[in-house]
Structures are given as C-alpha cells and as structure tokens.
Design a protein around this ligand. Sequence first.
Ligand code: AHR
Length: 679
Amino acid sequence: MQKIVSSFIARSIMSVCALSLCFQTQIALAQNTSTITVQVDKPGADISPTMFGIFFEDINFGADGGLYPERVKNRSFEFPEPMMSWKQIDKGGAQGTLSILAQDPINEENAHYAHFDVTSAGKGFGISNEGFRAMGFQRGATYAFSLYARNPAHTERAGNARLVQRAPVALRIELEDANDRVIATGRLAGFTPQWKKYSVLLRPSTTAVKAHLNILVENPGMLDVDIVSVFPKGTWNNRENGLRADLVKLLKDMKPGFLRFPGGCIVEGRYLKTRYQWKNTVGDVAKRKLIINRWNDEFKHRPAPDYYQSFGLGFFEYFQLAEDIGAAPLPIINCGMACQFNSSELVPLDQLDPYVQDALDLIDFANGPVTSEWGRVRAAMGHPAPFNLKMMGVGNEQWGPQFIERYEVFSKALKSKHPEITLISDAGPSPNDERFKFLWSKLRDLHADIVDEHYYMAPNWFLTNSDRYDNYPRTGPKVFSGEYAAQSVGIASPDNRNNWECALSEAAFMTGLDRNADVVRMASYAPLFAHVDGWQWTPDLIWFDNLRSYGTPNYYVQQMFSLNKGTNILPVLINGSPKNAQQKLFASAAVDRGSGEVVLKIVNATPDQRQVQINLAGAGDVKRMGKAFVLGSSDLKTENSLDQPTKLSPQQRQFQVPSAEFTYTVDPSSLTVLRIATK
Ligand code: AHR
C-alpha cells in the first residue's frame, strides 16, 4: 500500500513538473509571438528565373583536380618545371634515362614530352604521377588510361644501328594505393613512329583515396610520351572529357538560374598575358595551351606552386554544363584590365579591338549558325545547336575611371551588333566604398543593364543589411549580387568556417534580396568549390576530396532559396511593419504561379523558438495541409563534413493550415520555408 502511495505521489510530482514546464514554454512562446502578414492579394513584380545561380571559378582546385576529373596533374609536361608532380621510378634492376624533349612535338601548344631510353628494363623503368593531392579511385568503376606516344627508334634507325636491334617497347600501367599496392594494371604496346593516342581501361580492385599512377617501360628501347591521362568513364552524362558526376549533381540539385564562368579574378589574370582567353580553351583538348593559375601564388599562407590551368575544362564544357543543369550561361570576359589587386595592367583604349573582337566572337561561338566562323567550331565539338547565350559580363571586379572608359568601348560595340545580349558591369570589390559609389553613379549615367556587387563581410553585416535594397531606385540598372559569403573571421582568412552562423546570416540577408527581386535580378554565393587538401580561399559552398563531396549549410541555404523562389513578389509585414528584421525575425514571400502556392520564408536569427501568427491576407480558402522545409540548429558552430555531409540539411515536415490565419512555431536559429496551396 505504501509502495502504491509513493508511486502515486512520484507520478503526481512528475505530472506537475511536466505541466509547469509546458506552462513555462507557453509563456516563453507567448513572449516571442510575432505576426507575419503576407499580402497575397497584392502580388508585385515578377521574380527573375535567373534569380539564384552559381558562381564558378577555378580557385581551390575547382576545375583541374575538381570538377574536371582528370587524375593526372601536369599531364603534358608543360608546367615550367616539366617534371613537377612526376618522378622517375625504377621497380628494381633497371637502367635507363628519362629526358624532357621539345624536338618535333605533337603540336606547338604542347611543346614538351617525356623521352625514355631504356637499356635494361629490370622490373620496370618509368615515371609516376602524384595526381592532384593524390588520386582517388573507386572499386567497380572504370578509368580510361591514355597517352600519346611514338617509337623514336624507328625514326632514328638509319643513324643508329644500336637501336635497330631493340624490340619495340611495351608499357605496363599501374595504379597503386598509398601503400604502393597495385590496385589496377594495363598494358600498351605496338607504338608506331608517328605520334598516336593509345588507351587501355583500368578497373581498380579496391577503392583508394590517395593513389598514384605508374607508367613502366617493360623492355629495352625508346619511347616518347605526352598527354598522359587517367579519366573516369562515369562522368556526368558519361561524356568523354566530361565532368565529375557527384559535383555536377550537387550543382543540378540547386536548380540554378544561371552559371557564371570562368570567375572571378581568373578572368583578369595577375598580368594581361595570363588573363583568361576563351579561344585558347576550345577545340582539341591536346591543343589547349596551359597557363599558370592566378591563385598559384596569390596567398603566401596558402601557396599552390602546382596550380595551373590545363583548360581541359574550357568554354565549350562550361556552356554544356550550363545546359546540362538547366542554367542560363553567363560568361565573363576580360575588358583589357589585369587584376587591380595585382599588376593593374591596362590595355590602351586604342588597342582594345582584339579584346572586343573576342567578346563578339564569343557570341558567335555560343549562338552563331554552324556556317559562321565560331559557330563552326562549336558544331565541330559536337553541339550544332546554339547555346542560347543571353548575357555576358564585361570585366570581373574592376574599378576606377579606367573601367568605365573600357566598359563604354565594349558596351558600344556589343550593343550595336548584339542588342539582344544583356551586359553585366560591376561595382568593384566592396559593398559601399568610394569606388562603389563612383562606379554606380557612372554606370547609372551610362544606362548599364545590370551591375554586379560583391560583399565578403562579417555575419553581422548580413544580419543588419537585409534592407540594403529597399531604397534602391526602381528604375535604371538592375543588381546582380554576384559574389557574397559571410566571413566568420575576416576576408581571405584561412580560419573562416562554413558554419551555421554564417549560413543563417546569409539566409536573413537573402530575404532582403527576395523582397527586392524587382531590383535584384540575380545572386550567387562565392566561391563555389574547394578541395579539402588544395584550397586557397575559405569559406566555399561545396567541399570535396578526390572521391567524396558535400554541401555546406550555406549550400542548403542557397538551394532552399533557389528551389522556392516563386514567380512574383508578395509584400510582407512583420508585426505590422513593411520593414524586414523585426526582433531578428526576417521574412519574404512570393507566389508560385506554376503550383498556385504561397511561399513564405522565415529566418529566426535568435536562439529561441518563436511563435508566429501568420495571416495570408486576401488568400481566400487554403488547402488544409502545408509543407515546411526547415534548416536549423541551436548550435551556430555546426558544420557539415565529408564524414557527415548532411549533418545540417533541410528537413521536410507537414503542418496543419486551419485557415488563411494560423499559428506556426519556428525553430530556434532556423530558416523555414512554408508552402501553402490556395484553393
Ligand atoms: O571569390 C574569390 C574572389 O573574390 C574572386 O575571384 C574575386 O572576384 C573576388 O575578389
């Protein structure tokens, strides 16, 4: 009996505690109640289909070593140190020499090649390539090994009797893991005196993240070797010279409105001679001339002496990628200025013609008929249909009167021949400095189409600037928020993290982009990619190693905005005010005319759960069940990683919508997207 009584008392105490906790929560929620009114009956401007897109630049091994899945670094021996990333190897008892030669090369663009002269092959004499911070191979996948080779013994036979006696060489190809265990082999033989491409398929017996490649001569003789490649067969859409499938999938999953390429400062180059020249990146891959990557030596604290641009991923591949992922292509061209953070070299105004011609020819390459000079090149590469280019950027992140003068030259020439192409100009590297103000006033006078703004700022800047565009003029040039990312420590700091605090602040700011979608027509986070062992700049949207990849919390913010952009702005009041950011609550809304849904985004930038009274004013009858997508964590330091790629990722829920006025409880520190169908 005593036992029953004490158990009853214990249960009563627990119930009282539970009730009291519930009561306390109710009080807390009541204290945090806000109202959000969506003026469904007052739809505003259309939202651009290109509103949220992608900024691609070959930084952090984003192209070679990243999206472009070639495993061999310095495959053509064209780095200034031709043996960089290669080493000579002897598997035991071999005798021979290895030289880098330049006589009678495959072509002028690929002037160097490796020459083996083996007198005793032993267990194999050859070279090994380390890859891009090693090579990744997947068990069960197939990789095409290829090289260009020729047997010089034949060509020298007349002058060197010794050579005639040698048997033609055979090559053994090996992939080895980090412990030098062979995980795949292949064999090539029958090399002719002329340069020719040879290939063999390799199928690794095991998965290895840190592997390397060996090419071994198996018997005495000579061989010239160039353009050595190990390329996965399983590229996106199984294309030859295609792109890394997992990375393209992450891009496609964002449903991006546009793809900007090839950057970024890489467009400008440290010097004009190393600027990005699109014509050198199309046509036969073997003829694309390599140059230094502009990020090779930019940061002394993150040197990358082995960072070059092979241009295996060139303008054709960028256009094709844009098409594959349903994004509008946005190429940026050099406007006769090298990077103003570096050499600031300028092309004199009266010598800009070749630069302008490059821009005109690019439109021809993208859109011209197959009978035109550059349309023919596109068709020969396998794409006779036009790429539907509608916009182009003139210069990347330029400033000063020098830019305005050059922009005017480009704009005059491009607008007179191609009025159908929208031109993007820029407002410099900062969101509000003197350079910014000067450029905006000039570009406004010039009736520029769209001006690209950049802001790499602290999370608090993003939280306090969601009203940035509220007072921008509604006429004149539109805005492209072309590069932005919250910096947890400071711009270009190697300690910046892709944590939830940064991503949440970007989400808050982006509600301001949504609200002003009549002025802001495009937006993209930057930079896009980073190799975990090869990066120069952080934070970045997507990180990867040689096999795996993941989207950061910032990626999921971008994705949620892009997937839920809607088609027309709906005005939003928070606590009765049209101003965003009331008590750290941010909101934007749109109607999606395709699905008939009201799309409401709410960012709660406080650590508290918040109860929100939502009023869909003028919506009439609504469907009883709504969809909620929630991205949130109370721990602002939360990050994703290769081992926990989706630790922070959107969760889908359903919720009751009793009428057009309802209460919704938003999670602490969260971005919530509500989709409610109207009847
Ligand atoms: O995104 C990294 C760099 O930041 C871009 O190349 C440049 O445009 C900006 O300064």
